[in-house]
Design a protein around this ligand. Structure first.
Ligand SMILES: C[S@@+](CC[C@H](N)C(=O)[O-])C[C@H]1O[C@@H](n2cnc3c(N)ncnc32)[C@H](O)[C@@H]1O
Length: 322
């Protein structure tokens, strides 16, 4: 049972997420089925999801729209076949356009290969992890950057990002390695900004709102793997290992399509589980979510006198998360 909900809750990172089994134990001990449970600093919604799973009604309040989005996408039931169809159509629309930016030459057969990742040493791309596209070769491996690869990088650096991408400044905070004037786009290589803008533009064309939002959820969850925050340590896989926005000089640059597709598979497996656990319990009446400050709960009409049976919460601490 525990694994089910964890798989779904863990689709998307959220700083300071609380362990679901401990939150569940409190809810079971201090409330009963049919009660209403409130979390006024709900973050990614662990309290609300667990309350719902345990047959309570849940009210989640948080200032952070991303936290609220994660909570809602985790709870909402979705038709898996329809979601898969929307993804397949997106794949037809954007995959080839994205993979154009991840091409290299196979050193074994001299034919086209796909870049899985680039490895940077001292802020310079030095090695490429590739897979050959030639069906009679299919060689996979690690190669040194060639002059042709360097030329491709220079061309990409001069290419405009084709669609919208966020270019706003991050909130300055040295405790999480954000320097003054640093922008969201500074966290991504030009190649990956281009690829992400193509992908995000494709997602926005999905007509069905629920499918579009679910796939946006997978996109948002995959963003760390698209960023410059992935430390390269020989013998270890890529990972966002330091809290905050530290850009290591030795790092990976990953193929956007590959990890996005992988994240989508994880989303499908998480949603299969959450559909089983939550769909009979979820309704707009049973799960209410507010993008609101906990300092003004009395202005939420649903939180009138005696409307809540149990509060479980986990307030913010210090300014460690801007
Ligand atoms: C420690 S985190 C909660 C994490 C949550 N327990 C989870 O498992 O995901 C604290 C949360 O408080 C939210 N927050 C900070 N100030 C707030 C305010 N005035 N009103 C509502 N939420 C606030 C933050 O956005 C953050 O999501």
């Amino acid at each position: 049972m525990r694994d089910f909900i964890l798989r779904c809750i863990n689709i998307h990172k959220y700083w300071a997420r609380k362990p679901d089994n401990i939150v569940a134990a409190y809810i079971e001990r201090y409330s009963k089925e049919g009660d209403t449970v409130l979390d006024p600093f709900s973050g990614s919604g662990v309290t609300a999801i667990e309350a719902l799973r345990l047959g309570r009604k849940a009210i989640a309040v948080d200032l952070d729209p991303v936290g609220n989005f994660i909570a809602l996408m985790t709870a909402l039931p979705v038709d898996i076949d329809s979601l898969q169809e929307a993804f397949d159509a997106l794949k037809d629309d954007v995959k080839d356009e994205i993979l154009k930016y991840f091409k290299t030459i196979c050193p074994e057969c001299g034919k086209s290969a796909t870049i899985h990742s680039l490895i940077y040493a001292n802020n310079k791309p030095t090695k490429i992890v590739y897979e050959c596209n030639n069906p009679v070769c299919e060689h996979k491996g690690l190669k040194d950057l060639t002059n042709a690869d360097r030329k491709t990088i220079s061309t990409i650096e001069e290419t405009d990002v084709p669609y919208w991408y966020p270019d706003n400044e991050l909130i300055w905070n040295s405790r999480v390695n954000v320097s003054r004037g640093e922008k969201v786009s500074d966290l991504f290589s030009k190649r990956n900004l281009i690829a992400l803008s193509i992908l995000y533009n494709g997602i926005n064309k999905i007509e069905d709102e629920l499918n579009r939002n679910m796939i946006k959820f997978a996109f948002s969850a995959a963003l760390p793997q698209a960023s410059k925050l992935l430390v390269y340590t020989p013998g270890q896989g890529p990972g966002w290992k330091v809290r905050g926005f530290w850009i290591p000089a030795n790092r990976y640059e990953m193929n956007v399509w590959r990890f996005f597709e992988n994240k989508f598979k994880k989303l499908v497996s998480g949603k299969k589980e959450s559909n089983k656990l939550l769909s009979s319990k979820y309704s707009k009446d049973a799960f209410k979510i507010f993008n609101h400050s906990a300092t003004e709960l009395n202005s939420i009409p649903e939180l009138k006198e005696n409307s809540v049976d149990y509060v479980f919460t986990d307030p913010p601490y210090g300014d460690s998360v801007p």
